[in-house]
Design a protein around this ligand. Sequence first.
Ligand SMILES: O=P(O)(O)OC[C@H]1O[C@](O)(CO)[C@@H](O)[C@@H]1O
Length: 547
Amino acid sequence: MPSLTQTPTWKSLVSHCAAIQNFDLREAFNLNPRRFEQFSLQFNDILFDYSKNLITEDTRSLLVDLATHSALSSKIEAMFTGEKINHTEQRAVLHTALRNRSNHPVMVDGVDVMSNINQVLAKMRVFTDKVRNEQWLGQTGKPVKDIVNIGIGGSNLGPKMVATALTPYASDKLNVHFVSNVDQTDLVETLKPLNAETTLFIVASKMFNTQETMTNAHSARNWFLEQINDEKAIGKHFVAISTHPENVIEFGIDPENIFEFWDWVGGRYSLWSSIGLSIALQVGMDNFEQLLQGAHEADLHFRDTPFDRNIPVIMGLLGIWYNNFYGAESHAILPYDQSLRYFCEFLQQSDMESNGKSIDREGQPVDYSTGPIIWGQPGTNGQHAFYQLIHQGTKLIPCDFLAPANSHYHLPKHHDILISNFLAQPEALMHGRSAEEVIAELPEQDRNNAILVASKVFEGNKPSNSFLFDKLTPKTLGSLIAFYEHKIFVQGAIWNINSFDQMGVELGKVLAKVILPELLNDETIGSHDCSTNGLINAYKKLRKADD
Ligand SMILES: O=P(O)(O)OC[C@H]1O[C@](O)(CO)[C@@H](O)[C@@H]1O
């Protein structure tokens, strides 16, 4: 098979990119008053405006050709129908089945997985209703007040992001906390204000052998038993979510308290499974199902809509346009919604763990750039931190701006100010400010100050997408997350990489296991390179024994 870069569609895009080198967005808008209509899409209450990109109609057609020639349609079908597209681990990839609200069967190895999924959803409903209605009582007969989700990576980032985003829907009787880092600061500071009698722990781990999670879970159990000195009480205060019930039972959690999921759910795509239990406890099962519904509707859109009107396909193709034809190295995620403050962190794992690969599906090194660096934080905070570099730095950084038209809260002025910024930034990036405009705005005495003028010029012509939606409801959030998941899928499919394994996280884990016992003995260490030896030995000198 020829390398992607040798295919006619790729070569056409290279030539096209050279041909439109001088493309100017301001001019494109001036010449075409219908540009917004031509390059925007509506899905339910979500408006996706991609008109402020360095593209023409031809660019879109050529990018769609690239998707078509990469057999994207059949790859999408393969995912939805349970083919083992994660070929290195021989697994299907079926987060879409977890939110399949259509009653259509989804088969894995000849078995319809929908009945298992629905059983777990029913079990989650019974449990969350009990806890939320104060019918699940702790060892001393008190209802649960605090829930601590212990998990890392996909067993933390998705649930934490969604639970935080949906705070306006939260029960005021429950506080949900997330502990992920093996740095004891995380657990100690989270537990400090809590009372074991009214605390419920969720140990969330697909494998149930992840070092950080198991260390935190053991310490949480010790903390609990120091206050309630009764092993039997664990049954009322610890539940687990895992694909490995045998490891959970070995830890000592009651088999009744295990919420199952399956190896065809990738960790970073698992918030839709029982890994979302903390979300369901926070906002109730009806709202959790609305989240699934939103994602399901986005799945249908992705599966059934022609590529040139398909939001995740367009998102993926635009990313490829900048990544591979403009040399952009990163992509900024900029939600104008404080409740989406963990959205970027969540997408960092989804995108970078999925598409941070340098071999193709045949095991050959790729000769093109793959997954971008994902970064960002909510506006307007980011504006006062790193937007300077996006506006006037030397790097091309495509940006996604996201905002709700309506806030859940009602302080006067705030929301319109927020949205004026959400609208102004993409406009400023695109429009820029010429030397003539700067000079016209400067006081008379500064107009000949060339340095001052140059420093106030904004080159402009910088690309962005904007998502404007009605309100951040569970359903809308579900759709937005699914769009990003599918965008990642589209890019992985075109780059011909496996987006669903994560071998790159293994080596560091293995080496840490070698180093750990070396930290605990008194010998001087000399078996690594001299830098690592030096650091280990310095640590051993500095480290004081715990009191
Ligand atoms: O849920 P587990 O098995 O504890 O794994 C946690 C995380 O570790 C990883 O395997 C590697 O970081 C992620 O893919 C996963 O989300």
